[in-house]
Ligand binder design. Structure first.
Ligand code: SF4
Ligand code: SF4
Length: 378
C-alpha cells in the first residue's frame, strides 16, 4: 500500500505557473523519471461532457497542456482520451474535445484518442467485476496517467481519481453497469475493481478550481488553489475529501477503499508532502446523496414509504428544462417519460444513478432532498 500524497499550491491557470507547480508536485515521486523516450502514455482525462474550461467540470486545458509538454520533453508519445456517457464515437468525442479545449494540447504535442475500439479484459482479484470491456487505447499504452478534477457527484457524493476510471468503460455500457451495480457499495467496489485493473502509474487532480454543489456537470466552480498527486488513486481521493470536508464514510469509493485496505483509515496515516490543512475549506457545498435510513424492516410497503419520505432523488427543474430528451435517452432504468408535455421521473423505476443529471446540458436535474430527510440528518 503506497500512501504517499503530494499537494501543492497553484492559484491560477497560467501555463508556466502550472508547469512549475506540476514539477514540484511530482518531486516526491521522482518526477517523471520513470518515462523513457518512445513510451506511449495514455492520459485519461475526466471529460464528462462538452463543457467549457471555466465551468470547472473537466481538468483545465492549461493543466493538460503543461503535463503534455513535460511528457513530450521526456520523449513520450501522448494520447489524451476518455469515454464519457453517451456514444464512444469520433463524432461524439470531437465535440467534447473542442468544447473542453483539449484541442489546445495538440499544439503541445499530444494526440486526441481516435481509436474507438474496445477490448475484453479480466481482473481475477475483483470483488464485483471480474470480466469487463474497456476502451482499447488504455491497454495499448505503456502507462496510464489519471488526470481528474475534484467535484461533487450526485450518485457518489464525490468524484476524483478512482471515479475517473469509469471512463475506461466504453460509452453506453456504463448505463448497463449503473443498473447492474445499483447500490453505493456495489458500484464503489466495481469502480475500485476497474481502477485496480487499469492501475494508473500516477493520478493527478486539478483542484485549482474545483466544483461544488450540483456536480459532476452542473455545479459551481470553487477555487481551492491546489494540485494533488499520488501513485495511489484512493490516497489522492482521501486527501481531496479531507480538503473539501467530506467524511470518508460518505464518499463510497473512499469508504470501500478503506474496507479493502487500499488506504489507511485516517488521514494522519497518509504520507503527505505539503501543508494539506492550509487548503482545507469548511464551507464547500457538498451534495447529499441518496441515504436510505436502515429501519430494520423487511416489510416492503413500509420500506417503500420510508424511502419515499427520506431518500434523496433526482428532480427536474422545469424552468431550466429545454426538453432536449437527453436524460430520457440515457436513463438506464427508462424511468423518464413525457407527461403533459413535461419530463417526469418515475421514482419507482429510478435507481438513483444520476446519469440524467450528468447528461443534462442545462443543469435542470437537481438532487432533491425531502424536508423530512433534511430534518433527520440535521
Ligand atoms: S436533459 Fe435536461 S434539459 Fe434535456 S430534457 Fe432532460 S432535464 Fe430537460
Ligand atoms: S431517472 Fe436519472 S437517476 Fe433515475 S435511473 Fe434514470 S438516469 Fe438514473
Amino acid at each position: 500500500m503506497n500512501n504517499k500524497v503530494s499537494v501543492i499550491s497553484c492559484n491560477d491557470y497560467d501555463r508556466e505557473n502550472i508547469k512549475e507547480a506540476l514539477e514540484k508536485l511530482l518531486e516526491p515521486f521522482q518526477g517523471l523519471s520513470w518515462i523513457n523516450a518512445g513510451m506511449k502514455i495514455a492520459v485519461k482525462v475526466n471529460l464528462v461532457g462538452a463543457h467549457k474550461p471555466e465551468d470547472a467540470a473537466t481538468p483545465h486545458p492549461a493543466v493538460v497542456c503543461a503535463l503534455t509538454e513535460m511528457l513530450v520533453e521526456r520523449g513520450a508519445e501522448v494520447v489524451l482520451g476518455d469515454s464519457p456517457g453517451g456514444l464512444f464515437s469520433k463524432a461524439y468525442l470531437s465535440n467534447i474535445y473542442k468544447a473542453t479545449k483539449m484541442t489546445d494540447a495538440v499544439l503541445c504535442g499530444a494526440s486526441l484518442n481516435d481509436d474507438f475500439s474496445v477490448i475484453d479484459v479480466t481482473n481475477p482479484n475483483a470483488l464485483q467485476l471480474k470480466n469487463f470491456r474497456i476502451t482499447k487505447y488504455l491497454t495499448d499504452a505503456d502507462a496510464v496517467i489519471n488526470l481528474c478534477k475534484i467535484k461533487t457527484h450526485g450518485l457518489m457524493a464525490y468524484t476524483g481519481a478512482c471515479k475517473n476510471m469509469y471512463g475506461a468503460i466504453p460509452g453506453m455500457l456504463k448505463s448497463e453497469y449503473h443498473y447492474r451495480y445499483s447500490t453505493h457499495q456495489s458500484f464503489a467496489d466495481m469502480l475500485i475493481d476497474l481502477c485496480e485493473y487499469v492501475r494508473p502509474q500516477i493520478s493527478i487532480a486539478d483542484a485549482v478550481v474545483a466544483m461544488e454543489g450540483n456536480g459532476p456537470s452542473n455545479g459551481t466552480p470553487r477555487k481551492l488553489g491546489a494540485l494533488i498527486a499520488s501513485e495511489n488513486p484512493h490516497a489522492l481521493d482521501m486527501a481531496a475529501c479531507h480538503i473539501i470536508g467530506l467524511d470518508f464514510e460518505k464518499a463510497p469509493t473512499v469508504a470501500a477503499a478503506i474496507k479493502r485496505s487500499l488506504i489507511p483509515e485516517s488521514i494522519d496515516k497518509l504520507d503527505i508532502s505539503g501543508d494539506i490543512d492550509s487548503f482545507k475549506v469548511d464551507d464547500f457545498r457538498l451534495i447529499k446523496t441518496r441515504e436510505v435510513k436502515k429501519w430494520g424492516t423487511t416489510n416492503k410497503f413500509l420500506s417503500y414509504m420510508l424511502e419515499r419520505i427520506f431518500a434523496s432523488y433526482p428532480k427536474i427543474n422545469h424552468r431550466k428544462c429545454i426538453r432536449c430528451e437527453r436524460c430520457m435517452r440515457f436513463c438506464p432504468a427508462m424511468a423518464i417519460s413525457i407527461v403533459n408535455n413535461k419530463l417526469r421521473i418515475d421514482r419507482k423505476k429510478c435507481i438513483s444513478c444520476y446519469c440524467c443529471q450528468e447528461f443534462c446540458p442545462k443543469g435542470a436535474v437537481e438532487v432533491h432532498r425531502p424536508i423530512t430527510a433534511r430534518i433527520l440528518n440535521s
